[in-house]
Design a protein around this ligand. Sequence first.
Ligand SMILES: Nc1ncnc2c1ncn2[C@@H]1O[C@H](COP(=O)(O)OP(=O)(O)OP(=O)(O)O)[C@@H](O)[C@H]1O
Ligand SMILES: [Mg+2]
Length: 356
Amino acid sequence: MALQGVMDTLKHASLEEIGVSFSLADILRDIRIDGNNVYLKLFSPSEKYHEYLKEKAETVLKNIGAEKVEVEFTDEPPKQQQPPQPPPTAQQNPFENRRRIPNVKKVIAVASGKGGVGKSTVAVNLAAALKKMGYNVGYLDADMYGPSGPTMLGAKDKQVLAKEGDILIAPESHGIKIMSIGLLLPSEDTPVIWRGPVLFKALTQFLFDIDWGEEGLDFLIIDLPPGTGDVQITLGQTAEIDGAVIVTTPQDVALIDVKKGIQMFNEVQIPVVGIVENMSYFVCPDNEKKYEIFGPSKTEEIAKQYNTEVLGKIPIEPKVAEFGDLGIPIVLAKEDSDSAKAFMQVAENLIRKLSQ
Ligand SMILES: Nc1ncnc2c1ncn2[C@@H]1O[C@H](COP(=O)(O)OP(=O)(O)OP(=O)(O)O)[C@@H](O)[C@H]1O
Ligand SMILES: [Mg+2]
C-alpha cells in the first residue's frame, strides 16, 4: 500500500462522532506500512476513546485494501515540544527534581504576563470544554493571592475533605474536580499574606497531595497568577508541566508581557503550546457589526516570532462575565454563543497541538 493513499485516507477519517473536528491524521504519531499491513501509533490521552479510534482506523484502512491494521496509543508529549536542554554545568540543575503530578496524564498551565486579561476565564472554560469532550478534567487554582476559581466554577460552598497523609480530596463542580486556596480560607475576604517558604509548601501540597478521584485525570488545568513570580518559578522547578497556554488581549501593553511570559517559560523549561487572544473583538448585537475594541491584533505576529501559534480568539461578550460571576462557564451556560464556540476551538487546537 502506498503511504500517500494511507495518509489521504487518515486525513479524511473525521472524528466528529466523538465531538472533535479533527481527523485520524491529526493524532498520528507514527506509521509503518509493510505490504498491505499498516501499523499506527495514535496520540490519545484518554483510554475512553481507544476502542473507537482503533475501530475507526481499521474500518477506513480495510476499505482501501489493508489486510492487518495494528494500532498502538501514546499519551507522551511529542519529543520536539521539549525545549532544548541546556548544556550540563557543574552547578545542580534546578529542574532535575521535577516530579510528575500523580494520577494526571496532561498538565496544562494557563498564564499571562499581565493581570486581568482573562486567564481564569480561559482556564475554567478550557476545563469545561475538555469536560464536554468527555475527558476527566481537574482545575487547580494556583493563584494563591487572588483565587477566583471557586467563584467562576460555582464551587464556593464546596467542602474540601482530607484523608490519611494530609491528602486533600478535590470536590467537584460541573463534573470538574477543583482545588483552590479559596476553598480552604475561612471567608472570601481573608487576605493571604504568605511569602516564600509558606507559599512554596502550600503550592507543593496542591501539586502533589491532592486526590483527583479514582479514575485520575486526563487533563489538569492550572490557573496561574499574573506575571512571572514565585508561583511560576516554583511550578517550573517542582512539577513536570506538559504545556503552557498564554492568555493576552490584543493591546500592545499586554503583548509586550506575552513576550516576557514566553521567555520565562523557556527559562523554566516549560513548552509553550500556544496563545489565546481574549477580548479580541465585540459584535454589536444591534447591527451585528464587529468592532476591534483594542485595535487590530498583532498576536499572530508575536506567535510566529516565538515559534508558537494562536489557539483561538475569544470575543468580548457581556455574558462571559455574567455567567462567570454566577459560577457557570460560558461553554456550559450558552453553548451557541460565539465565545463558547471559540473556547471549544481552543480546546480542540490544544489537543491537536499536543498530538503533533
Ligand atoms: N471574553 C470576555 N468577555 C467578557 N468579559 C470577560 C471576558 N474574559 C474575561 N472577562 C471578564 O474580565 C474580568 C477579568 O477576567 P479574569 O478574572 O478571568 O482575568 P485574570 O487574567 O484571571 O485576572 P487576574 O490577573 O486577576 O487573575 C472578569 O470579570 C471576567 O468575567
Ligand atoms: Mg485569575
